[in-house]
Ligand binder design. Structure first.
Ligand SMILES: [Zn+2]
Length: 358
């Protein structure tokens, strides 16, 4: 009989990542854990409890390209000769993993500089990217899936749906017959998913609107008839509509806090982060807090609640800062422009490098 088994692999910072074993034909893993000895032991122990070995696996499907979801693919394939199926975007990323993650890394350094993160903080956090490089590797995809395709895995039919936002390659794998879906990090029970801002597959010359895209996709997911979401970390989600409502209200609250911070005067994204989180958090996780603040600023820019402007400070891309336009129109802030339409920075330092992704 078809069954789904949750195997948890250890992961620094957020405790564990879920690997889902789908018993049935073909024997399938959804996500793999990072490429670490500890994760491999946890996976093999979990399989052993089911009377299985790694060599028995026939199909592997990553929900997205992140290291904790795809890191062990090449190891598993090397031992089992399993096939790999993935959404086209995750397949492309996997095929050029080293090149793509190196491009994401250099893009992110420029993004942080542009948004006010000090050089010393950027340098102190290089280990974040070393960790990504060291706990994952490239993988080849045998079955490249398009949005809406159906694949048989573990004795059931799964429809793959592209839901980018948390990453550029996110997919849901939906078992329509049992109203269940494997969702990776698209929606998590215990924590709000981040939305990474990295070079898109096709550069447009503007900052990827990851958080805007993420919320649009989250709303689409909320409208789906599902009873159970099997997530990338933590417990499954039973009432996904209620959880999406909660996440949306958290976003509204955070937007309000950012507006309140900007009511004090124009600021860059890193300065805003300093008003939302402890000094330790912003110093130790500068990229994550910049993604978080920028994502919410993008929601506010779209709603025309804030404006963004770039000034030339002699650095390669200049610096961006944000302000509440009403204040400037009232003329009550010395630092804000008082004339002209609000401008939006089209900062996109990855254009040169991202051209390789066309
Ligand atoms: Zn992820």
């Amino acid at each position: 009989m078809e069954r789904t088994v949750q195997i948890q692999a250890p992961l620094p910072h957020i405790k564990s990542v879920n690997i889902w074993l789908l018993r049935g034909d073909p024997l399938t893993l959804i996500d793999t854990g990072p490429r670490t000895d500890e994760a491999l032991v946890a996976l093999e122990t979990g399989l052993k409890r089911e009377g299985l070995r790694l060599e028995d696996i026939e199909l592997v499907i990553p929900t997205h390209h992140h290291l904790d979801h795809s890191g062990l693919i090449a190891t598993i394939v090397g031992r089992s000769r399993a096939r790999v199926a993935a959404l086209d975007r995750a397949a492309e990323y996997g095929a050029r993993y080293v090149e793509r993650s190196a491009a994401d890394r250099s893009f992110s350094v420029e993004l942080m500089r542009h948004h006010g993160v000090p050089e010393s903080v950027i340098e102190a956090n290089e280990g974040f990217w070393d960790f990504i490089r060291d706990t994952s590797e490239a993988y080849e995809t045998d079955v490249v899936l398009s949005d809406g395709d159906v694949i048989t895995a573990g004795g059931r039919d799964l429809r793959i749906l592209a839901r980018p936002g948390h990453s550029t390659t996110d997919a849901l794998l939906v078992d329509e017959a049992s109203r269940a879906a494997f969702v990776g990090d698209h929606l998590l029970a215990g924590i709000s998913s981040n939305a990474e801002i990295v070079p898109a597959a096709e550069p447009t010359g503007s900052r990827p609107q990851a958080r805007v895209e993420y919320l649009a996709n989250l709303r689409r997911t909320a409208s789906m008839p599902l009873d159970r979401l099997l997530t990338g970390h933590g417990d499954p989600v039973a009432d996904h509509r209620a959880l999406v409502r909660r996440r949306l209200s958290e976003h509204r609250r955070r937007c309000q806090r950012i507006i309140a911070a900007l009511e004090q005067g124009p600021a860059n994204a890193y300065e805003i982060a300093g008003q939302l989180w402890s000094p330790r958090t912003v110093a130790e996780q500068p990229l994550l807090v910049v993604w978080e603040v920028l994502g919410h600023l993008d929601l506010l820019l779209e709603a025309r609640r804030v404006s963004e402007q770039k000034f030339d400070d002699g650095s390669r891309y200049g610096k961006a800062w944000f302000w509440v336009p009403e204040r400037a129109e009232r003329g009550d802030h010395a630092g804000a422009p008082t004339t002209g339409a609000p401008e939006t920075s089209t900062f996109y330092p990855g254009v040169d490098r991202a051209a390789k992704f066309e």
